[in-house]
Design a protein around this ligand. Structure first.
Ligand code: ADP
Ligand code: MG
Length: 218
């Protein structure tokens, strides 16, 4: 379970300081499917990065399964990320010099996991991209690239999948198919938290968190 208490994030100091998060308190249950919506610059990505341990808060508390993540050292934060978090980005963030297969295999190599082939092939199959596994990302469609990024996110079996505008670079139909993938992931027991501009996407989740100017509005 995720619990935030009065979480704040400032970028910069003094006159040029931006208060990106101004006191966010919320609880997200394990295994839930949550979307975060809000206008551009409202603090969505900042919040997701802190949840994923990719950035740290300025103030407040972040608990994950009862552990105080906001007190972690950088080393502890890195361990926390590796064990618990996978990220999917709007622009896919694949390594274009490697094949689809190699991209999906990478988190397993980073975690020193052996017998990788079956794990990789199973997720490629699950995402419907087995046939293109030997191609480089730039040789396949945007939807297929995002499927690859999702395969890479779930192959290491992290309990939490975070996605920042995962359909933002895709047309409506392809985006909707990508959301089907997130729904499947949620059904398999994972916690899914995704940012979206698209209310149609948000409405398919179990819960919508609205953020405006660094605060939750309801
Ligand atoms: P969103 O994802 O909702 O568009 P962000 O979390 O990216 O919003 O940004 C929230 C606010 O923080 C914005 O005013 C943005 O300009 C600012 N911001 C985000 N990242 C940085 C950064 N690395 N340095 C300085 N300001 C930043
Ligand atoms: Mg953003």
């Amino acid at each position: 379970m995720i619990k935030l208490e009065e979480l704040t994030k400032d970028y910069g100091k003094g006159e040029s300081c931006t208060h990106a998060l101004r006191g966010i308190s919320l609880t997200i249950e394990k295994g839930s499917y949550v979307s975060i919506v809000g206008t551009s610059g409202s603090g969505k990505s900042t919040l997701l990065h802190i949840l994923g341990g990719m950035d740290t808060a300025t103030g407040g508390k972040y608990y994950f399964d009862g552990q105080l993540v906001s007190d972690y050292s950088l080393k502890q934060l890195e361990d926390f990320r590796r064990k618990n978090i996978s990220f999917v980005f709007q622009n896919f963030a694949l390594m274009n010099q490697y094949s689809i297969y190699e991209n999906v295999e990478m988190p397993l190599i980073a975690r020193h996991i052996k017998n990788r082939k079956k794990l990789v092939c199973d997720v490629l199959e699950r995402l419907g991209i087995s046939e293109i596994k030997d191609k480089k990302p730039l040789k396949v469609s945007g939807g297929q690239q995002q499927r690859c990024a999702i395969a890479r996110a779930i192959v290491s079996d992290s309990p939490v999948i975070l996605a920042d505008e995962p359909t933002g670079a895709l047309d409506q139909k392809t985006g909707s198919e990508i959301i089907d993938c997130f729904e499947d992931i949620h059904k398999s027991g994972k916690t899914v938290i995704l940012i979206t501009h698209d209310m149609k996407v948000a409405e398919r989740s179990e819960r919508i968190i609205r953020i405006e100017d660094g605060r939750i509005t309801d």
